[in-house]
Design a protein around this ligand. Sequence first.
Ligand code: DC
Length: 228
Amino acid sequence: MDTFAHRRGLLITIDGPAGAGKSTTARALASRLGYAYLDTGALYRAVAWVVRRADIDCADVEAMKTLLSSTDFHVSLDEGVTRTFIDDEEITGYLRSPGISRLASAVAALPYVRDRLLPIQARYSRDGGIVAEGRDMGTRVFPEADVKFFLEADLDTRTSRRHQETVRDGHPETQRDVRLAIEERDTNDRSRETAPLKPAADAVVIDSSSLTVEQVVERMLAWIPGHS
Ligand code: DC
């Protein structure tokens, strides 16, 4: 019996460190499959943005909890640009700066931030037909996912990819600053106690250092039932 018959499609997860090519690959894969793309990093960036706007110290647990419980976080599930909203306010354009990236990684280490975003992310899984990208998709948010990928790349490759992104996004940074920021975020994301960045036991690990986006997508398709 086809257990997926009643569903719109599979639930596919892609986790990995900053700069490994997750977003580009996840978008390309979603588009190849006709699936929706979920960027969960945007939700952590949105939390960072509201915390900064409210001028709250992350260590002030009560203030943080009050702020989080009174704010609604939402991302659009499209195949192009992910639009991010807090309550009804769109904040998409404010989320890619180095300061927000650093603060997003810091707030992502707080268990109550992760708990607040968990049900929000889970709601997006619908009946499948989604490629979800983040750090703990396969380990915590969607442990039941049909196919899980963990995308790696060496530090030089990730630095140069992120550097190009900063230029493209209009926040150009030096290669050295980009490298240091990636190393700092990696350490944070991998060493935190709650949902640290690591491959799920049943994830397919792909090193994208010497592969093009198309080659990574082809490798992924080979693992997806009905698409090899
Ligand atoms: O993918 P990104 O760079 O937009 O993510 C921003 C930060 O959010 C990242 O440093 C770690 C955190 N994050 C997380 O902890 N869990 C996720 N599922 C997605 C992002």
